[in-house]
Design a protein around this ligand. Structure first.
Ligand code: 5GP
Length: 145
């Protein structure tokens, strides 16, 4: 998929938003939903998506969505830090297949990093244990402020 294209309402994140596909949710407000990445690049890898959006990537997003979305990303990132106490946090967002994008509903990755622990490759790690994801989600959710 190139940078240009049409939003597909059947993408997995749209299905998660509509409740048609499962997710391990961390946080939700009027504007954003956060849930655990099922193929985490590190423990605590969390995704934040806009709820009212048909943008495939950041370049397409409407300005009115960006402010609340970025506030949501910061809010969840602060909770990830408070819950898991990483040494650092990577926040990433991919635009187009050439950049590594695989799901075409705008989303931000929040990936905790610990000294000496290498990052797993983007999209190459195995599926997480669901019970562990639920535990992590609860820990992060408890730190949302
Ligand atoms: P992208 O490659 O588009 O930047 O990121 C998509 C992310 O979605 C990847 O990190 C991938 O692991 C994650 N992902 C793919 N399918 C699912 C799914 O069904 N549920 C969840 N929670 N994450 C998914």
């Amino acid at each position: 998929m190139s940078l240009d294209g049409t939003y597909d309402a059947g993408n997995i994140f749209a299905k998660i938003l509509r409740g048609e596909a499962p997710s391990v949710r961390v946080f939700e407000d009027e504007h954003v939903m956060a849930f655990m990445d099922v193929f985490p690049q590190a423990r605590g890898h969390t995704l934040v998506i806009p709820k009212h959006s048909t943008a495939r990537n950041f370049l397409e997003e409407e300005p009115r969505v960006i402010g609340p979305l970025m506030l949501g990303v910061q809010r969840v990132a602060r909770a990830v830090r408070a819950a898991l106490e990483p040494d650092g946090l990577v926040i990433t967002q991919f635009n187009g297949a050439a950049s590594g994008q695989t799901v075409y509903h705008l989303h931000f990755h929040i990936i905790p990093r610990w000294e000496g622990q290498p990052l797993k490759g983007h999209g190459v790690g195995g599926m997480a244990d669901m019970d562990e994801l639920k535990t992590l989600a609860a820990q992060i959710a408890a730190k949302i402020s």
